[in-house]
Design a binder for this molecule. Sequence first.
Ligand SMILES: NC(=O)c1ccc[n+]([C@@H]2O[C@H](COP(=O)([O-])OP(=O)(O)OC[C@H]3O[C@@H](n4cnc5c(N)ncnc54)[C@H](O)[C@@H]3O)[C@@H](O)[C@H]2O)c1
Length: 264
Amino acid sequence: MELDLKGRVVVVTGAARGIGRGIVDRFLAEGARVAALDLSFDDRPGEEASDRLIEVACDVTDAASVAAAVEAVRSRFGRVDVLVNNAGITVDAPFEQIAPERFRAVMDVNVTGTFLMARAVAPIMKEQRSGRILNAASFAAIVPAYGGAAYAASKAAVVQLTRVLAGELGPWGVTVNCYAPGMVPTGINGFAELAPEAQERLLDTLTLRRWEEPDDIARLLVFLASDAASYLTGALIDVSGGKLATQIPAKAYEAAQGLHPRFA
Ligand SMILES: NC(=O)c1ccc[n+]([C@@H]2O[C@H](COP(=O)([O-])OP(=O)(O)OC[C@H]3O[C@@H](n4cnc5c(N)ncnc54)[C@H](O)[C@@H]3O)[C@@H](O)[C@H]2O)c1
């Protein structure tokens, strides 16, 4: 089975850093043409080195900015085969401490941004009678965490939005799926800066006990964008390394090392 993406046009939002950058790099490596969208690329001067890559300033919460960015992609590459709605923000605080404007901002980027981007590429994909929309949900959409009132609610909304869009775009051969990463140390969570004990506590929630890499997600997205995934739509795919797949994943590691009192 070949996952041939050569020449496909892939739009990735929130692509200046973190997981988004990893997604851009993976799709470029697979031969795709990539439009990287983000608020700005100021901290990455001169990175746009490939004739298969454009970097476009875009605020996904602003309909005019989104329309201009999608038009820039169309005029450069002529089509849009894949949209990855990766841009996202969070606020990590008990719900009574979340300022209303911060709650709205999280909803605006994560939910409205996904809606606006999908709305902007839909006419192009319908005209092509093909397309793939891939939305970043989160494990928080499956099991929320303390402090995640805005974030978990927004990601659960992304899952339901995905299903609605899948239903509405099915007649045009456009598929829409979302995915749930677990724990990738990036600027959004600061995991890499936590004290070692705090990091261990988080790693203890994982069946595959290591931090997730952006490329763990990007390789799933390559599959979802390929012809191999043509019968898959409206799905939420857990790519969290089995976060809480069992109640206490660390037990298996203790047992495997002969450290568990009952299974040594
Ligand atoms: N890191 C994780 O562990 C994790 C887990 C589950 C889900 N996710 C999701 O993956 C996605 C990427 O997260 P990340 O960890 O790379 O975060 P990140 O903070 O490193 O990157 C997010 C990017 O989105 C951009 N962005 C923010 N607001 C924007 C806007 N209005 N318009 C355009 N771009 C905007 C930022 O500038 C940034 O480059 C997010 O949707 C996040 O919720 C991340």
